[in-house]
Design a protein around this ligand. Structure first.
Ligand SMILES: [Zn+2]
Ligand SMILES: [Zn+2]
Length: 129
């Protein structure tokens, strides 16, 4: 037998003699699977035998398993100063799955200019770097 709470191991003497409590930590939940959770809001990590905790024990959010929505740092509209033909090439590379850094290197452009062009095209998106 192994306690899922304290990892204590012990042998049962006779068959069917399954104790109610762990001999070491006295937990009645020792047979249940023990889960470790991390709160997406406050990054608190805790262990519980409950397989669907309602709230984070630290910050008490009920949305502990829902990552916080990432808002773009800047909400103002970005207007790229690049040539439209250059921008089209940037978007083409971006659609090919390349990130901002790769595009800047391949096209010999400043990373900031590439990101401005991508932010202008995809406002509010998290641009792949
Ligand atoms: Zn135990
Ligand atoms: Zn939390």
């Amino acid at each position: 037998m192994t306690c899922s709470r304290c990892a204590y191991k012990w042998a049962i003497r006779k068959r069917g003699d399954i104790p109610k409590n762990c001999p070491k930590c006295r937990s009645t939940l020792w047979m249940k699977e023990y889960h470790n959770y991390t709160c997406a809001r406050c990054e608190h990590t805790w262990g519980t035998a409950n397989d669907s905790p309602q709230r984070c024990p630290k910050c008490h959010t009920s949305k502990w398993n829902v990552p916080a929505v990432q808002r773009p740092a800047k909400s103002e509209t970005v207007v790229s100063k690049l040539d439209p033909a250059l921008k089209e090439r940037i978007y083409g590379l971006y659609y090919d799955g390349k990130g901002g850094i790769t595009i800047a290197i391949e096209m010999g452009l400043a990373f900031g200019d590439v990101m401005d062009a991508l932010c202008e095209k995809f406002p509010g998106d998290n641009i792949n770097l």
